[in-house]
Design a protein around this ligand. Structure first.
Ligand code: ADP
Ligand code: MG
Length: 728
């Protein structure tokens, strides 16, 4: 029996349902070294030093580190932990860990348990297998992980054993960052500096600005048996073949439907594990596509939010296995139905408790809101190409511009009310600050905006970057992505824009302008300068593509081209000026992203060829033989030409598809050989995109999917869409 039928047969036996009666507050963060836990496990001195380091990114000295390590071990051991690991986010896109035990032998052979300060602060994982874009080859072979005190340590206790995980950055010995976290921390600091400077125009008490992130994670859940019977899901995370089912998402009956039992049990289970890890999950619901779901936490400081998202993806994957399920995090696991995104809701909060993207209550705070609002629009306008690059990946290419996914054109939606406010500012600010300006500042936008924006009629779900009342939502981020990358770019471009804003305003003030007028004038100039990025209409429409082109907005549809933006002169200047990346780091990252792209397309192409040859064609040929046998029988029975025409036509159809499939397989293999002979990484990526993917993937798939419809169902090896999507 084929794997497909084995999986189908064993489906009905599976039904797990666990009971979770615990109050969330009773378990929340129980596996996290929170400041409260730290308080009871650390000396006053060590506790203070840890808190100071969290607040202002201060370095912790050696003796303190030793004390903190001791406290961490005492806490971990009280929870049955035997091992620890530095937990980091290499550029592969997953998380990495290397476990060490607390257990060691003293010089005289006495066994003891210890966790030294040095082991907490710094570790040297065998880094040679992580992507470095040539950095380590050029500079120094080793890399090390270094403790990030701003993200709390936690205990992972899913699977075998419990492990104390220390969030770390990963850098080369010469200081180049080799991970997602190191540049993110720099970007957050850059934003803090620029934003505080601008905030001080309005409020001298503000000394710290913290960017905030609330991500929404979309995913599919499928049965493990059916998953295992689809080598494409196993190897690529997406189906490379599969005819769309008779019923897809057209009835839209999944969105508001109740969550299926087995999936519900899985959700409760992974939510429980997430709570223990301090991930503040808040919402869960079905998504539009069958078998698609979403979860979202309460927003947090960006660094912690990013860690929590990567942790969640790991937790979901592990917990799904307990339920005989598989989570698909890929941006487009199934053709023809919605893909999955990871909307990044982003804002900035001051240490005085103000959300800088929430409209204010007084003229002064309204002006502060307008300042940050308009600076964001300008940042997105000026650096749209970098934002596009920050979300580019082989898998997201299948989603952007497809069903229910924002287009590859980066535009900003702000809603009609704020559009009008910007128009007013633009038109009214004349040469002098007059009563009209005064009255405009007094506008009571704080009451109407939230209402207007919370109202769904003014929500634009087709925009890649939308203002949603008190935050911007970057919707083009893909579901597999590490949010750190888009967050690094967004916070850096915002830092740079605010820095320029401060210069521009100060310039006017030096010329003798009053502060408010200088600010209003600069805002006005920024509105005029970035207007073309504002778009309120349907982002999925063909008209928008045309209009965007006439506005001069870029529409880069493929990853290899989108990545070019990383290494332009403008990008080099931006990232070096703000101390986020050096030239070497940018070049290396560009190289790594291109390599990732090449590998992904290469693997998919190989797999398509293999599946076509070993799964699709044998079934099709077998069926063809049966039909030929049948035709021969009909002939022998003496049927006339007319009666034989239809069976003969079916055979012909079948054989046409069979021929086209094998022809594509052959040509695609040849195309790959040519690509592989190229020495320049960018050229190779471009060639893989056009000569392998674009030339063959869709065509090959079309004919395979036709065969799926023609071949006897019981001879078909791969689980069909209707089975994967609807059975669980
Ligand atoms: P939606 O209708 O898009 O689901 P929600 O109001 O539910 O919008 O929020 C979605 C996400 O935005 C949640 O994770 C939420 O915590 C987050 N969010 C809300 N306010 C902020 C903020 N100031 N900064 C960052 N994220 C925020
Ligand atoms: Mg949302």
């Amino acid at each position: 029996m084929s794997l497909r039928f084995q999986a189908l047969n064993s489906l009905s036996a599976k039904n797990s349902s666990n009971e979770y009666s615990t109050k969330i507050t009773a378990i929340f963060a129980e596996n996290v070294f929170t400041s409260q836990t730290a308080r009871s496990f650390l000396s006053d001195e060590a506790y203070k030093s840890l808190m100071a380091s969290i607040k202002s990114a201060q370095k912790i000295d050696r003796s303190m580190a030793a004390q903190i390590a001791n406290g961490l071990r005492a806490w971990a051991e009280s929870k049955g932990v035997t091992h620890f690991t530095h937990w980091f986010q290499p550029l592969t896109g997953t998380t990495a860990e290397k476990h060490d035990s607390f257990f060691t032998l003293k010089s005289d052979g006495t066994p003891i348990e210890q966790f030294e300060g040095d082991a907490l602060v710094q570790q040297e994982p065998d880094a040679s297998s992580f992507p470095s874009g040539g950095i380590r080859a050029t500079f120094e072979a080793r890399g090390y992980t270094a403790w990030d005190p701003s993200s709390p340590a936690f205990i992972m206790d899913i699977g075998y054993g419990k492990t104390l995980c220390i969030p770390t950055i990963f850098v080369s010995y010469t200081g180049e960052s080799l991970d997602y976290k190191a540049p993110l921390l720099k970007a957050l600091e850059a934003l803090n500096k620029s934003a505080v400077d601008v905030c001080n125009y309005f409020d001298k008490n503000i000394t710290r600005v913290t960017p905030t992130l609330g991500w929404e994670q979309e995913y599919f859940v499928v049965d493990e048996g059916l998953f295992n019977a689809r080598p494409d899901l196993v190897m690529c995370g997406r189906t490379v073949f599969g005819h769309s089912p008779a019923k897809g998402q057209q009835l839209e009956d999944h969105y508001f439907g109740s969550i299926p039992e087995r999936v519900y049990a899985f959700m409760r289970d992974y939510e429980n594990e997430s709570y223990k890890l301090g991930i503040p999950l808040r919402t869960r619901h079905n998504e539009v596509a069958p078998a698609q779901f979403e979860c979202a936490p309460i927003f947090e400081e960006v660094n912690v939010a990013v860690d929590h998202n990567t942790l969640l993806m790991d937790v979901m994957t592990r917990v799904a296995a307990r339920h005989g399920l598989r989570v698909l995090l890929h941006e487009k696991p199934f053709a023809g139905i919605n893909g999955s995104g990871k909307h990044n809701n982003w804002s900035m909060a001051t240490d005085t408790g103000v959300n800088l993207l929430a409209p204010g209550k007084t003229p002064k705070t309204n002006l502060m809101f307008l300042t940050f609002f308009v600076n964001t629009i300008k940042a997105v306008h000026d650096y749209a190409d970098l934002l596009r690059a920050s979300i580019a990946s082989a898998s997201n290419d299948f989603r952007l511009g497809a069903n229910e996914a924002p287009p590859a054109i980066i535009s900003v939606f702000i809603g009609q009310y704020l559009t009008k406010v910007l128009q007013d500012v633009k038109e009214r600010v004349g040469g002098k600050f007059d009563e009209q300006d005064e009255s405009m500042l007094k506008m009571d936008i704080h009451r109407s905006i939230p209402e207007l924006l919370m109202d769904n009629t003014d929500r634009n779900r087709t925009s890649p970057f939308a203002f949603t009342g008190n935050k911007f939502e970057f919707r083009a981020v893909g579901s597999t992505a590490n949010c750190a990358n888009p967050m690094t770019v967004l916070n850096t471009i915002m830092a740079a824009t605010l820095k320029q804003f401060k210069k521009d305003v100060d310039g006017l003030i030096e010329k003798g302008e009053k502060k408010e007028i200088a600010i209003l004038h600069t805002i006005r100039e920024y509105i005029v300068g970035s207007e073309k990025a504002l778009f309120e209409g349907d982002g999925y429409s063909a008209e928008w593509e045309k209009e965007a082109e006439s506005r001069g907005l870029a529409n880069v549809k493929t990853t290899p081209l989108a990545l070019d933006a990383m290494v332009t002169e403008k990008s080099m200047k931006l990232f070096t000026d703000n101390n986020i990346y050096s030239h070497v780091e940018l070049e290396a990252r560009h190289e790594i992203e291109l390599e990732k792209y090449i590998k992904k397309v290469q693997i998919e192409s190989r797999l398509m060829a293999e599946l076509a040859t070993s799964h699709i064609l044998p079934a099709a040929i077998k069926h063809q033989n049966t039909l030929i046998e049948n035709l021969r029988g009909l002939k022998e029975a003496g049927l006339d030409k007319e009666a034989l025409a239809r069976p003969a036509a079916t055979i012909k159809k079948l054989s046409t598809h069979i021929n086209v499939v094998s022809q594509h397989v052959e040509e695609m293999i040849e195309a790959r050989k040519k690509c592989n002979s190229l020495t320049d990484t960018r050229e190779m990526a471009l060639a893989y995109c056009s000569d392998v993917k674009e030339k063959h993937f869709d065509e090959l798939r079309y004919h395979v999917d036709k065969l799926e419809q023609l071949v006897d169902d019981k001879e078909w090896y791969l689980p069909k869409y209707r089975e994967i999507l609807f059975l669980r």
